[in-house]
Design a protein around this ligand. Structure first.
Ligand SMILES: Nc1ncnc2c1ncn2[C@@H]1O[C@H](COP(=O)(O)OP(=O)(O)OP(=O)(O)O)[C@@H](O)[C@H]1O
Ligand SMILES: [Mg+2]
Length: 367
């Protein structure tokens, strides 16, 4: 039976000689029955460590883990009823596919006919009915990964954990497998934690995403929320691309604030996020698809073209604003349409965007 997972104040500290690594800091997360939550974040941010604590391979330094009403924080791995699919799914090479998938059921001492039915069902579910007698080296990488999934699903786990399960597959197969995994997860209604480096994979597969940085949670939300309302500059830049402009804002009121952006004064919506909403220095975030160069003297700000790249369906521009200290050049991505106005590198232009596309964060780069 699928179950709710509740992680409270979870911490993990590793000690390597004199070095102390706070790999996981005070993580709180509730995953609803049947929900798929993805952990996304740079290498070393603690994704695998959290998964290993939920599975029982690692003991937390603090905090608790509940599955349904049961506190599993210190239960041994085999009593948790949790399935785990790793990056290298290492099937047993000397066993047939049937034997690979049957392995866990046999270890549980199930009857032969129940094993036969379970294996057939699991292989059917992952779209591999009929390969029972083959050996792992007679299957493609994607098929082997499906067998690895069947091997776990056959045990009817309460919770499914997957750590970068697709990273050994080529790009096209990854695309296919991510929809397959999502289909199977939704079909079974199984509660799932999924780890990936790949933001597209996270955006397309997840009910919600937890963005991590250096062991702490930056933000938890639906893919759409994270993109539309990032609460920190880190999230804004990690999910999609973000243009960050330094700004000075007046007293915020009703979620809006008068914002001085270079020579322009605009009324923009604010996201409190992790910063404190207050008058003073802040940042304005704009997505590349929401800004575009226009004729000099028009638009909201004066800008200058640095580079132009035609990528077929888009014209991409790198722009700068003289007199404004930008953390990096601005990136504008303008969809192609017949008769699109072109601007040359070196041209002085205007920079235009809709006020509703701008997001004020009470944070400054590096601050
Ligand atoms: N057994 C261990 N002993 C000491 N330090 C460890 C151990 N396991 C992990 N760490 C450290 O804890 C931090 C988090 O590691 P973790 O493997 O959870 O990162 P990750 O987010 O899964 O990264 P990646 O995306 O590269 O897989 C890292 O700084 C890592 O070096
Ligand atoms: Mg990892």
């Amino acid at each position: 039976m699928p179950a709710e997972l509740r992680i409270e104040n979870l911490c993990k500290t590793f000690t390597k000689g004199r070095e102390v690594v706070n790999a996981v800091r005070d993580v709180n997360l509730t995953v609803a029955e049947g929900e798929l939550v993805t952990f996304l974040g740079p290498s070393g941010c603690g994704k695998t460590t959290i998964l290993r604590m939920v599975a029982g391979f690692e003991t937390p330094s603090g905090g608790t883990i509940h599955v349904g009403d049961e506190d599993i924080t210190t239960l041994p791995v085999h009593s948790r009823g949790i399935g785990f699919v790793f990056q290298n799914y290492a099937l047993f090479p000397h066993m047939s596919i049937f034997e690979n998938v049957a392995y866990g059921l046999k270890a549980r001492g199930e009857a032969e006919d129940a094993i036969g039915r379970g294996v057939a069902e699991a292989l059917e579910l992952v779209g591999l009915a009929g390969v029972e007698r083959r050996f792992p080296n007679q299957l493609s990488g994607g098929e082997q990964q499906r067998v690895a999934l069947a091997r776990v699903l056959v045990l009817r786990p309460k919770l499914l954990l997957m750590d970068e399960p697709l990273s050994n597959l080529d790009a096209k197969l990854r695309l296919h497998m991510r929809t397959e995994i999502r289909r199977i997860q939704q079909h079974l209604g199984i509660t799932c934690l999924y780890v990936t480096h790949d933001q597209k994979e996270a955006l397309t597969m997840s009910d919600r995403i937890m963005v991590l940085s250096k062991g702490h949670v930056e933000q938890i939300g639906t893919p759409f929320e994270l993109y539309a309302e990032p609460q920190t500059l880190f999230v804004a830049d990690f999910i999609g691309q973000a243009n960050v402009l330094p700004a000075t804002i007046g007293e915020p009121a009703g979620g809006m604030a008068v914002t001085r952006l270079g020579p322009a004064t605009l009324s923009l919506r604010c996201i409190a996020g992790s910063g404190t909403p207050a008058a003073g220095p802040a940042s304005v975030v704009l997505r590349p698809e929401n800004i575009r160069p226009v004729a000099a003297g028009e638009g909201k700000l004066p800008a200058r073209v640095l580079h132009r790249f035609f990528v077929g369906d888009h014209m991409d521009y790198e722009l700068t604003i003289d007199d404004m200290k930008l953390p990096k050049p601005l990136f504008a991505s303008v969809p192609y349409e017949p008769g699109l106005a072109l601007f040359e590198p070196g041209n002085t232009v205007g920079l235009d965007f809709a006020e509703k596309a701008a997001i004020v964060l009470f944070q400054t780069p590096g601050g």
